[in-house]
Design a protein around this ligand. Sequence first.
Ligand code: HAM
Length: 441
Amino acid sequence: MSTLKAVRGTRDLLPPETALWNRVEATARAVFARYGFGEIRTPVFEDTQLFVRGVGEETDVVSKEMYTWEDRARAASEKAQSLTLRPENTAGVVRSYIEHKMGDTGMLQKLFYIGPQFRRERPQRGRYRQFWQIGAEVLGPQSSGAESALRDAEVLEMLATLLDELAIPRASEANDGKGWRLALNSVGSSTDRPRYIAALKAALEPVKATMCVDCQRRAETNPLRVLDCKVPEDQPIIDGLPKIAEYLDEASTAHFAEVKAALDACGVPYVIEPRLVRGLDYYTRTTFEFTVALGLGTQNALLGGGRYDGLSEMLGGPKAPGIGFAIGEDRLILTLQALAEAGSVTIAESKLDAYIAPMGAGQNAAALALAKDLRASGLSVEVGDGSFRLKKSFELADKLARRILILGEDEVATGVMTVKTFATGDQVKVERAELGEFLKN
Ligand code: HAM
């Protein structure tokens, strides 16, 4: 019989690598807490319409990459509901904000999430069909100040802090640009956008026939998406198209200037990237991406985000401007592993405090009881069984733990243990009452 494997584009995360995932998540949670964020957990699948309306029908995510199915109708009279595994979490968070009337509190909502997302993309290094995002959203009624440029800058400064705390360097001459880089743009408000799109359409009219088929279609249906095109032959044409910055009105220009000034004041470096419109339709004004030229190959977008002042209304909710981001956690881990390989960060090897080796089945019960006591005092302990065979078992114990505790008949009778520290080879006798303290050092 053929063996079954994880589905293409999905993978198992195993220890000890999962220890690194946990450390990254713990750091993110600690940073988010300092900035006043609370955790939100929304369902992994939602009504398909949420993404069609929120993310946009013409985006690659919705038109090509979603895992969508018709749910079985419960009764003959019922219509089958179309469901989709979430390809991203912003639409779900805004749906939840509307559903739970969070806006009625009048307060700014600061929410973070950590969880899997699903896109049917061509799998490669750093690109999976089930991948993990660590994200956050800041939104609220207009009176809560959710529209303020200060929020944009705060979110970006928080991201810089998080990457600093994870020891991912900023790109500089000293590290040959092998650190993170923040690309920033403004895609304008809902009033700027139609003017820009009209200009784009006009500029595309004489050249679109020479572009790829996707661009020919997008030029008609959603010209902004032409700027996402990756086809090399189309790039010179796209470079010559009008830039959104030339179409921002006074309010959007001032908003963007305020974001930049606050970033300057906080010492967060950025590069203006006029083509950064991002692949999702809900964005207004500020858009950004952090890239990192380390360990990711072509999939160098570590995280992305932006402002979405009209999304709540697109989903039938009240006005609730917002801004947020999502970090590709798989890519963050790949980056940290590449840094560890280069020797610039250390990924702590997590060894247990002790391995208890009973010398024969007669000591099994005593070994387990000792392990229970030591674990209760906060020590991490593995316990062998009476089949312990000195040499091979010693090597195994060395891989797992910092120390080994031999438990023979004598030790059980006298309460004096023999403890060996693997790193030094030292072997000492320790009274059972002092064992806990000894192992903690
Ligand atoms: P996004 O740019 O589509 O934005 O995804 C954010 C990040 O998720 C990307 O920068 C990348 O690191 C990671 N990512 C995306 N697709 C994959 C994949 N197939 N495999 C591995 N990693 C992937 C959003 O999802 C928005 N919801 C972000 C946001 C929040 N905007 C406002 N609020």
